[in-house]
Design a protein around this ligand. Sequence first.
Ligand code: ADP
Length: 429
Amino acid sequence: MNFYIGIDFGTSGARLVITDPKGNIHQEVESPFPESSSPNELPVIWKTTLFDLIAKIPLELRRQTGAIAIDGTSATTLLCDRQGKPITSPLLYNDGRGVEIMEQSIAIAPENHPVLSATSSLAKLLWWQHHHREINTESQPLYFLHQADWLGFLLHGKLGISDYHNTLKLGYDVAHLHYPRWLTNEINRESNPLKLQLPEVLAPGTPIGEITLEISEQLNLPKHCVVCAGTTDSIAAFLASGATSPGEAVTSLGSTLVLKLLSDTPVNDARYGIYSHRLGNLWLTGGASNTGGAVLREFFSDRELETLSNQINPNISSPLDYYPLLKKGDRFPINDPSLPPRLEPRPDNSVEFLHGLLESIARIEARGYQRLQELGATPLSQVYTAGGGAKNPVWTTIRGRYLKVPMVQPIHTAAAYGAARLAYGVEKS
Ligand code: ADP
């Protein structure tokens, strides 16, 4: 029997799952990243973590591994020499140092494009171009890679391959499956001090090649084990849910509220921070609101959330109408940088207060899905839930009242499980 490995490189650590072809998990292992590491140490930490995770799988499973797929944090990027050795510290997913350069370069990208953000992969590439004096350019061209691309390379040895999820924020045209002219003209300008090689882009889950002989021997993996093109951590988490049809959505109730809706048509609107990833012949669209669990945590411990929620009657609506935020401003479903938090009137009774908060966040969620549909997305048909709020059945019932569609249990919520699904071929179109 073949087994499939999915590996998720998240923000605070990495996790691996190994499944059989039916999707049953046979082993799950995780490894947190050391807390205080300097940026230039990160590639070594990632590489060690990758190899350690694989080495933790029992030998009898490892020896039957058919395919591996890896997801990484979106827009975590590296510059490598021709041997694949990083020549600068990576720039992480949340690194916004490219903001000024992106603002100066705004004219190169079409209006509303997802590259137009301070933390996009393109902002990082342009930042490196502007800081070329700090970079050793002896071994040009330099390879621009994402975290998942580089980790995959360590296993299959083919340098310069990515997927169309990781490259969306680099500017790759996912509708036409090529790098657009505005981007290649910019990258290949004669006057550019850095000669950069953009990665070749494959559909996530496409087999790239077998692992190298060295890796096979070092990690006790079969010689014919294949490494597939990867994805980003948030898409891997979506894939883990089991959602596959247009209209199915995953709401993540973590610190913030993140909606993802599978649609027949792409929806993009930079005003609301809405963009679409390609998923085979479908599109994964969505948006993120600043409301969510972080506001709940301001007022209640997780234990209180559980005990107080159990005292709420979810079938009765609360008269309290809040817009729970930690500080002013939201982008989706309302785009208003000065939108004030609305948390008044606050009843003395904590159960009533929490009821008002849960109900208000549910209203914002419903408004979010409505916004996506107004902009052309496929109508909502069912909602899976991930994140800390998923374990609150009272909240699920309240949300169901507003969303008016079945609320279903995801198969799994761990991104590593979504990566394993990629490895066994849910998305090879
Ligand atoms: P993130 O990864 O975004 O930090 P998690 O997915 O770990 O967040 O979820 C943590 C959030 O879940 C916290 O902000 C907390 O308020 C919320 N949470 C935890 N338990 C419950 C519960 N029983 N009901 C509602 N929300 C909860």
